[in-house]
Design a protein around this ligand. Structure first.
Ligand code: ARG
Length: 284
């Protein structure tokens, strides 16, 4: 990592993007017909075509940045399947699948399991504990930050450590609006100088303290950044894809040498999802 001088005279690290592979699911059957988080109001109405346009822009944004986007076939009757991040945690080519808490989403797990097997993944394990995958797991390059409190069972944290062979740090979520870890925290850059952005109020006091110790230099998001699902961002180490409304967060990131890119995810947010929820990373 090179150290650069910013126009303001402070020193900052040069941010280096790395090419990523993502798995995404087009929102062909996207609706809000049940409510399993406070964002979902089945009476509010969803424009599925607009959701598709927003999703397509997101996928094209990744491709324009040089990332690889794989697409899984959406299934009728699974309106939340667009949130691909919830269906697998892939590290070093090993796959830990998912087991959903809500019966409405349960069948998604098997479609993704089959996708992995048909696409060359040989090490695929399905969890025994409730596990909503990258919804509650964030990889820093050396630690797997793991959320619990609303969806993923604490037992799934131990299971992830055993199956993936990586150290897991358990974090407790306390605000139902931030029901998945990826609604309150994301990784900005991996490796030895790994850093994150997060919204402290979404975490229990002990978990806040853990995050302070591990990431003393983290980007701390405002309540407004969190409320537009701004922490559901996707970073490649330099470019950071964020919801349009996350303006204060974008400003902080720019000051630290990242390049924020905004996408409109208004329709997907009606289901409690943003850019990251739509994006499962395939690592290794
Ligand atoms: N409606 C979905 C649910 O409540 C949204 C999931 C969003 N995904 C995420 N990674 N936070 O399960």
């Amino acid at each position: 990592m090179t150290i650069l001088e910013s126009p303001g005279g402070q020193l900052m690290a040069e941010r280096v993007p790395t090419v990523r592979s993502y798995l995404m699911c087009p929102p062909e059957f996207f609706t809000v017909e049940y409510s399993i988080n406070p964002w979902m109001d089945p009476a509010a109405g969803v424009d599925t075509e607009l959701a598709m346009r927003q999703w397509t822009r997101l996928a094209e944004t990744y491709e324009r940045l040089g990332h690889h986007v794989h697409r899984i076939q959406p299934q009728p009757g699974l309106p939340d399947m667009v949130f691909a991040a919830n269906s697998g945690t892939v590290i070093g080519g090993k796959v830990l699948g998912s087991r959903f808490r809500a019966p409405q989403r349960a069948a998604e797990a098997e479609h993704f399991r089959r996708w992995f097997l048909e696409n060359g993944y040989t090490d695929v394990v399905m969890p025994t504990a409730i596990n909503e995958a990258e919804g509650d797991f964030a990889w820093t390059g050396s630690l797997l930050l793991a959320g619990t409190g609303f969806r993923t069972d604490e037992r799934a944290h131990g299971e992830a450590q055993e199956v993936l062979g990586v150290p897991v740090v358990s974090l407790r979520l306390i605000d139902p609006s931030y029901y998945h870890l990826d609604t309150a925290l994301f990784v900005l850059n991996e490796g030895p100088g790994a850093n994150i952005a997060y919204y402290p109020e979404a975490f229990s006091p002990g978990s806040r303290e853990v995050l302070r110790r591990l990431f003393p230099d983290a980007v701390i998001a405002t309540a407004e950044d969190a409320a537009c699902l701004g922490l559901n961002g996707v970073s490649d180490g330099y470019h950071v894809v964020l919801p349009t409304e996350a303006t204060a967060l974008a400003e902080q990131l720019r000051a630290r040498g990242y390049a924020p890119l905004h996408v409109d995810i208004s329709e997907l947010r009606k289901s409690g999802g943003g850019p990251k929820c739509c994006t499962m990373e395939l690592r290794g």
